[in-house]
Design a protein. Structure first.
Length: 229
């Protein structure tokens, strides 16, 4: 099936994946971009997945394949034939405690979102982060333990989703002048940590605002020592 006209965001894992799917769907729709929310089943593709918006039913193949839109795919242990452009694994338990089918779905995902709790007693965040990266190939592991940190990590996932969509659709809570300044300052789609800090100072905005602009524009931060981005 041709995929050039739409972007697929896949969310798999345990517990909070549905909440994250809803958050991403609502955020993309609010920005004015067409979005379809589906749930995968064994052997399914976008013509057979359940549409969780609008009371259920199967979204017709043409509604996706013939239009420029985003598909937010909530994937359970069953595999989907719909390949992803951006993949996230959500868990509230150590990977070794997950059943094999759920565990397999986190291989080669880009991001892992981990809710810290009693299941990780005796562990430390740095050790868990390294273990997850080594075993899954994830580019980044984000750990949250309360509503504030969860909101921060969910927002980061939405910002990165916008970078995957491309085009001129941007969140309306990032000042345009910050986005333009980040574009001009970046070199080869990268920016050094020190340069990002200086840019925030020059613009008179908090460092996290520049960090969000970097995420939305798909610009990689280099030599980040403090974890600010």
């Amino acid at each position: 099936m041709p995929r050039k006209d739409f972007t697929v965001i896949k969310v798999c894992g345990t517990g909070a994946k549905r909440t994250l799917c809803d958050y991403l769907t609502d955020g993309i729709a609010k920005a004015g971009y067409p979005v379809v929310r589906i749930k995968s089943f064994a052997g399914s593709d976008c013509s057979t997945g359940k549409n969780d918006r609008g009371g259920g039913g199967n979204p017709p193949r043409g509604d996706i394949a013939n239009s420029r839109c985003v598909v937010v795919l909530e994937q359970g242990p069953e595999k989907s034939d719909l390949l992803s452009d951006f993949s996230i694994f959500v868990t509230d338990r150590p990977l070794e405690r997950l059943n094999s089918r759920v565990r397999a779905s986190c291989n080669n995902v880009e991001f892992v979102l981990l809710r810290w709790g009693a299941a990780f007693d005796g562990e430390n965040e740095i050790g868990i982060e390294k273990k997850i990266k080594d075993s899954t190939g994830a580019k980044k592991v984000l750990i949250f333990n309360d509503d504030e940190s969860r909101a921060r990590d969910y927002r980061k996932m939405l910002d990165i989703a916008f970078s995957k969509i491309g085009g001129n659709i941007m969140p309306d809570d990032i000042p345009k002048e910050v986005l333009e300044a980040v574009k001009k300052k970046a070199r080869d789609n990268k920016m050094g940590c020190a340069a990002a800090h200086k840019l925030a100072g020059d613009l008179g905005v908090p460092i996290p605002v520049v960090g969000r602009a970097l995420d939305v524009l798909g610009i990689k931060i280099e030599k980040c020592q403090l974890g600010c981005f």
